[in-house]
Write a protein that binds this ligand. Structure first.
Ligand code: DC
Length: 227
């Protein structure tokens, strides 16, 4: 069967990783969460007290990001060999990730690695610029969206379930504000702003169940890869 590249882009907390992971598992493809890579750079910056863009850029050669597959099939992000999967999921790291993701050199550094991962195809990659910058020729491009309230609700639940250190005293309003701020930054930055590729299929999943969404996405996948 022909191997293809599936690019999944969209706003934060609209279920990109859920659908991307599900599809990858179903069709036996590799899944890459590029948000985790920006988060890993952000965590490094926080851990090392890097405050300016220049400091972050100078540290890039010291940052190595890998993914390890767990026994249950899930993926964990490694930062210089250390498992940081839990540490990168906090609101603090998410906000710093949004800041470092506007730095041109950071994007170039990560995009190069992402393109190398897709050389053999057979990959589902999610992010903000996958269908526009990383793989403009991807055979299937999905653009996911959902209302800010629905997304804030999902992220709020996620934070509570994960019991991150900063989740205990978090309010729904703060999460909603965070979602709106991040949307603004993601769509208004100069370097590779979040935008829908012209040939992307838009999926608004505010009202869709996970199963309905998966059915729709799998049908699109089958058309592109076997049609
Ligand atoms: O999807 P996420 O919340 O884990 O992403 C963290 C931040 O990284 C988010 O602010 C957007 C940014 N990002 C990006 O600019 N480009 C990507 N391909 C993936 C994430």
């Amino acid at each position: 069967m022909k191997q293809i590249i599936v690019a999944v882009d969209g706003y934060s907390s609209c279920g990109k990783s859920t659908i991307a992971k599900q599809l990858a598992r179903k069709v036996g493809y590799r899944y890459i969460d590029t948000g985790a890579m920006y988060r890993a750079v952000a965590l490094y910056a926080l851990q090392h007290g890097l405050l300016t863009d220049q400091q972050v850029v100078e540290a890039l050669p010291l940052i190595r990001i890998d993914f390890s597959i767990q026994a249950d099939g899930s993926q964990h992000t490694l930062l210089n060999g250390q498992d940081v999967e839990t540490a990168i999921r906090t609101l603090e790291v998410g906000n710093r990730a949004s800041q470092v993701s506007v730095i041109k050199e950071v994007r170039q550094f990560l995009v190069r690695q992402q393109q190398a991962m897709g050389k053999e195809k057979g990959i589902v990659m999610d992010g903000r610029d996958i269908g526009t910058v990383v793989f403009p020729a991807a055979e299937l491009k999905l653009f996911l969206t959902a209302s800010p309230e629905v997304r804030a609700h999902r992220r709020y639940q996620e934070l509570l379930e994960k019991q991150n250190t900063d989740a205990a005293d978090i309010s729904f309003e703060a999460v909603l504000q965070d979602v709106n701020d991040r949307d603004y930054r993601d769509t208004h930055r100069q370097e590779s702003p979040l935008r829908q590729a012209e040939d992307a299929v838009v999926i608004d999943n505010s009202q869709l169940t996970k199963d309905e969404q998966m059915e729709h996405v799998y049908r699109l996948f089958a058309q592109r890869c076997c049609g």
